[in-house]
Design a protein around this ligand. Sequence first.
Ligand code: PXG
Length: 459
Amino acid sequence: MTYQNYSLKQLQQIDAAHHLHPFTDHKELREAGSRIITRANGPFIYDSEGVELLDGMAGLWCVNIGYGREELAEAAYAQMKELPYYNSFFKCSTPTPVLLSKKLAEIAPKNVNQVFYGSSGSEANDTALRLVRHYWVIEGKPEKNRVISRKMAYHGSTIAGTSLGGMDAMHKQLNGAVPNIVHVMMPYAYELALPGESDHDFGLRAAKSVEDAILEAGADKVAAFIGEPVMGAGGVKIPPASYWPEVQRICRKYDVLLMLDEVITGYGRTGEWFAAQTFGIEPDTITTAKALTSGYQPLSALLVGDRITSTLVEKGGEFNHGYTYSGHPVACAVALKNLEIIEQEGLVDRVRNETGPYFAKALQERIAGHDLVGEVRSIGLMGAIEIVKDKATKERFLPSGSAAVTVRDHAIANGMMLRATGDTMILSPPLIWTRDTIDMACERIRKALDLAQADLRKR
Ligand code: PXG
């Protein structure tokens, strides 16, 4: 029986009875009922009632080539018929992860040439943490096992992912994190820059907090620093240009590995294949997932730099780590086709030269001036809108986070799917957006802001 035989009410009831959703207050969901998305095409998603929404989030930061790409379905179908599964343990391999690894080495920063596969970003970060700690053990420095991360970082929901991440609400529920991970300040000038401090100086100060943490622990105790080039789930926090080169300089000075989590920024979002290239740095590991397949299949790729792989190969022996689905042939076939489409359609260049700059200008000219908006910022095709009560003082509405939810609800009611995190609205659209799509989004967001303002004034 297909879902079409069920009414919306029935699906919602079954969902409530049997399905525990991620990051959800289950009591609240049972009262409200879920919105059931049934199909999608290009930049639009459609719910079970036929309502069309412009998807400002590319699913969950992943559907970079948009919906309805038959070539990806065909690539999966062909691979499933020929070889649906075989593992890459025990000296075996299958063709698609081999070819995908070659492709990834071609597009990654030049010091990064090898790939370890998983099925999710969280798994890839678990692999990354295990790998860097293992690296220092085989280098004869097992005491070098601490990792520095940032407050508000998001690195996934497994125990290692949550521990690496800096979300307080998640840590509280962990009730015991992976030890030896510390969190320093985030590079978030809007709230953390001092009065009169330039962006440049703020970026250097935020990087200095990494150096302070290294010195506090002792450089001989620190394995690595991990960060999202642009913090995503934490609110599209874009560091000043001075930040990443300085963090890299500090890591090199103290012989600390640099781990980038590009689960959101990888595969074109910032106008280069990887944000490492946008910010001009050469990390030792790059965690990627999401847009690697544009979300059409679950797949992650931990890209590993030459420094780590040469030690691993020369001195490592067996690395006792791997997943049933490491290098899944169907997921890798879909990834290959996805990257081919991104290349053929020139989507990365388009973000860098055309849609990214147009998106930035549209947000500045049409959204930044609104009374509810404290700041807009963007890089490539990811953007944020800070919702405030008072533009001059940056005072927020209370309770915290409620104003952004009001804006989001009006946006959805007006055909625009976007996400609220704290008091920040987030945009991370498919890279196929054109100037027209950006115009449409701005119109709908502007309307949502007007309606939210009327509501918030009544409170
Ligand atoms: N790293 C980063 C930077 C992420 O954004 C992960 C790791 C984990 O990936 P998986 O595939 O295990 O989910 C992510 C995932 C949100 C939201 O609400 C963001 C993510 C996942 C779920 C929700 O913005 N990012």
